[in-house]
Write a protein that binds this ligand. Structure first.
Ligand code: SAM
Length: 165
């Protein structure tokens, strides 16, 4: 047995954790009304999964450089183009605190950079979440008023984090 996890192990843990956490979050928000925010489109895997899991929800995607294939790209009126440092505060003016699920997967391979980024955007994400709403993140977030909740079965600790208002 290997002592250390390989990059492949870590990648698989992240994928498995994202799916487990998003499916769990979908159950937690079932009784709530409001939009879903996907922060970071990437190649659109988690956006595609959210659409399949929550077909009746409005899903708004925040991305500065959308490059996903067409079946995993949101329609233009649900794509919020730009840097989240600018688009999250603007979303506050447009949506208030109505988002019932916010999923963030904005990081890259540099863990220190990801942590600094998570610290910077936490106060921008926090006011957007509705009461009872759920935030799923690939990085630890730094919230003042949201509680970290237990991961569902199948999620790997440290690869995914869930918070609730
Ligand atoms: N969850 C996605 C998937 O399943 O395919 C992968 C997301 S990928 C790891 C991260 C995405 O976040 C990239 O598309 C990147 O362009 C975007 N991103 C990173 N920093 C951003 C920022 N400051 N503003 C907007 N988008 C950003």
């Amino acid at each position: 047995m290997r002592q250390e996890k390989s990059r492949l192990d870590i990648f698989i843990d992240r994928m498995v954790s994202q799916r487990a956490c998003l499916d769990h979050a979908a159950h937690l928000i079932a009784a709530l009304e409001g939009p879903v925010f996907e922060l970071g489109l990437g190649n659109g895997r988690t956006y595609h999964h959210l659409r399949a899991t929550l077909p009746d929800r409005e899903i708004h995607v925040f991305e500065r450089n959308p490059t996903a294939q067409p079946d995993s790209t949101p329609p233009e009126d649900h794509l919020i183009l730009g840097d989240v440092h600018d688009t999250l505060p603007a979303a506050g003016e447009r949506f208030g605190d109505s988002a019932v699920l916010i999923h963030a997967d904005l990081g890259g391979p540099n863990l220190q950079k990801n942590d600094a980024f998570a610290r910077a955007i936490s106060p921008l994400v926090e006011p957007l979440l509705a009461r009872g709403g759920v935030m799923v993140s690939s990085d630890r977030m730094y919230f003042e008023s949201l509680a970290e909740i237990a991961l569902p079965e199948g999620a790997v600790p440290g690869r995914c984090f869930i918070y609730r208002r």
